[in-house]
Design a protein around this ligand. Structure first.
Ligand code: NAP
Length: 293
């Protein structure tokens, strides 16, 4: 198959493109600043911005499948020159229009667990709206909503290390919130490729989550455990953390704010885990504890 992956040189894209190449597909990765060092040599790299239709439209010609991974991470506030709205909603509108224009057979939208068009957090609200753009198109579509994905290159690990310290650290509510159901990139990629190669998944939304429900504190403990370091968590009241994050929101030099304050209280877990639709059972998935051990 001839496959276009927007955001193909990001964390998820790198792993996905490598697997697609291993399975002998022709793969093109599109991003604003293509990075050949993170992708197999067989992947064609192309420069384009999903918020600018003319810069991406031509790349959709002749593609069998488009996997739309272009997004901004939720961990920090995006730089002022861009926004979740422009990339997740505007980008999906442009990508869908280009896919329709060029008769792409299948469009796969990468969303995430918690996506909600009426949500209060920009990342999840715009992903919910991006999903709607795709669902109401004329395309054969599939939507994936994974929970926090872990693996080599995960920005979440870097983020936790940036905002905590080994041995003793301070976390809102003692790290008891938020809660996640982390899923390993290696398992996710098998499900994504299944969605690309097989047509039985068309027209459905799939929530994908890992075998464990962990808090932020649990993840920090596991992460520092890999360095042989223990971590004592000192609680700071949630209200104080929320007030502080709201207060720094207007300061461009601090990439944290209202959205991160709201995300602190969210539960990124699912009761409707769809991993079994892709032939997986919970016990077969890699857990974060096992991965970091
Ligand atoms: N990582 C997770 O834990 C996780 C969990 C659930 C869902 N997801 C979803 O999976 C997708 C990929 O996430 P990721 O972790 O791989 O993100 P990532 O590492 O931040 O990669 C994002 C990719 O999108 C590209 N991009 C950003 N803005 C763009 C634009 N305007 N035009 C074209 N390309 C653009 C980036 O390249 P340039 O900056 O060079 O353009 C990069 O290649 C996202 O939809 C994300 O919401 C991720």
């Amino acid at each position: 198959m001839d496959i276009l992956v927007t955001g193909g040189d990001g964390f998820v894209g790198q792993h996905l493109c490598a697997e697609l190449v291993d399975r002998s597909h022709d793969v093109t990765s599109l991003s604003r600043t293509p990075d050949p060092s993170v992708l197999p040599g067989e992947v064609e790299l192309t420069e384009g911005d999903v918020t600018d239709y003319d810069s991406i439209e031509g790349e959709f010609e002749g593609k069998d499948v488009v996997m739309n991974l272009a997004a901004l991470p939720p961990l920090h506030q995006p730089p002022r020159e861009t926004s979740h709205d422009s990339v997740c909603i505007g980008g999906s509108i442009n990508a869908v229009e280009a896919a329709e224009e060029h008769g792409v057979s299948k469009f796969i939208e990468m969303s995430s667990l918690g996506a909600d068009p009426n949500g209060k957090i920009a990342y999840w609200r715009t992903q919910g709206l991006g999903e709607e753009v795709v669902r109401y198109s004329d395309l054969n579509w599939v939507v994936f909503r994974p929970s926090f994905i872990f693996g080599e290159g995960s920005e979440t690990f870097t983020f936790i290390r940036q905002h905590t310290t080994p041995y003793v650290t301070v976390l809102p509510d003692g790290g008891n919130q938020p809660r996640f159901q982390p899923i390993w990139i290696g398992d996710c990629v098998q499900m994504f490729v299944d969605g690309i190669e097989n047509d039985e998944y068309v027209g459905e939304i799939y929530e994908l989550a890992g075998p464990e429900v962990l808090t932020l504190g649990d993840v920090a403990r596991l992460l520092y455990g890999t360095d042989g370091k223990s971590i004592e968590i000192l609680p700071v009241p949630m209200l104080l953390a929320v007030i502080a994050l709201n207060a720094v929101d207007p300061i461009p030099q601090i990439p944290l704010g209202v959205n991160q304050a709201r995300a602190l209280k969210m539960s990124n877990t699912t009761r409707y885990n769809d991993i079994n639709e892709f032939g997986f059972t919970k016990s077969e998935l890699m857990s974060l504890s096992a991965y970091l051990a």
